[in-house]
Design a protein around this ligand. Structure first.
Ligand code: ARG
Length: 270
């Protein structure tokens, strides 16, 4: 028997969404983007969360920051304390102060901006008491020690090796406090060994599910919201007692993002 726990999320409407630069292999500025469709798809995701009983706060989008819709990257928030992102790429640097100001003004006092490159929940995923931390493309490996000091939670460093899976949340999703799903080829051999040891019962995603960003999912412990194309993963989830809910975020995938990228979890102090 799996149980759902209500979540508190922060999202950013893709009002200014576009693909005008390329900082990951999915982004092709030559390919047209349908912004109205992006907004409609994003609204559907927000509605799914509302219907599941989650709280969704919204941060005001900023013109000229087309990737700001990917709220997961803005910070990592645990125990009511926020470690704000420091982006690798100049195009996204100005998102960090916007997220810091929002957190500061909305019940998360004293947010700290990371000293080292740290792309928030793109690379930092909490599983129970462990903070899994990705590196290889974006977050600086030394930012893992900074996060461990800040949160007082053990950090497990994982190295990503495939540029298509450049953030940890593109290759691994947290299903509940003990369970993850992941795509092994995205990780170095030693990180795969660590994952096997920590999560012997993990769901293992195949190529087809990974390619449609199936692992870029959110879970409340029962309901798993994931890209609708990830049909193999959805079947595995169903077999394991989860309730998969597919959503279509095809426009946002043109920027290399999907469900989880659009969702920052705000964990209050318990
Ligand atoms: N275009 C964005 C970037 O390359 C996509 C970010 C996706 N976010 C995520 N949490 N994986 O930075």
């Amino acid at each position: 028997m799996r149980t759902a726990t209500p979540r508190h999320y922060l999202m950013c409407r893709p009002t200014y969404f576009d693909v005008v630069y390329s900082i990951n292999p999915w982004m092709d500025p030559g390919k047209p983007v349908d912004r109205a469709l992006a907004v409609a798809q994003w609204e559907q995701l927000r509605q799914v969360y509302v219907d599941l009983g989650h709280t969704v706060d919204l941060i005001e989008p900023v013109e000229g920051l087309p990737d700001m819709v990917f709220a997961a990257n803005g910070a990592t928030v645990i125990d009511g304390r926020a470690l704000v992102a420091r982006f690798r790429d100049a195009e996204r640097v100005a998102e960090a102060p916007a997220y810091r100001d929002w957190l500061h003004g909305n019940g998360f006092p004293g947010p700290k901006t990371a000293e080292l490159v740290n792309e928030g929940e793109g690379d930092y995923l909490l599983v129970g008491d462990l903070l899994l931390a990705g590196t290889g493309f974006r977050s600086d490996p030394r930012s893992h020690a900074e996060a461990q000091d800040f949160f007082g939670r053990p950090v497990i460093s994982l190295t990503l090796v495939d540029p298509e899976y450049y953030h940890l949340d593109t290759a691994l999703s947290v299903l509940d406090d003990q369970t993850v799903a992941y795509y092994p080829p995205a990780f170095s051999a030693s990180s795969r060994a660590v994952l096997r040891r920590l999560f012997p019962d993990a769901l293992i995603a195949g190529d087809a599910d990974a390619r449609v960003f199936g692992l870029n999912a959110t879970s409340d412990g029962l309901n798993v919201v994931l890209p609708q194309g990830a049909v193999g993963l959805a079947a595995q989830l169903r077999d394991r007692g989860y309730r998969p809910l597919g959503v279509d975020l095809s426009e946002l995938l043109k920027a290399g993002g999907s469900v989880k990228c659009c969702t920052l979890e705000l964990r209050k102090a318990s």
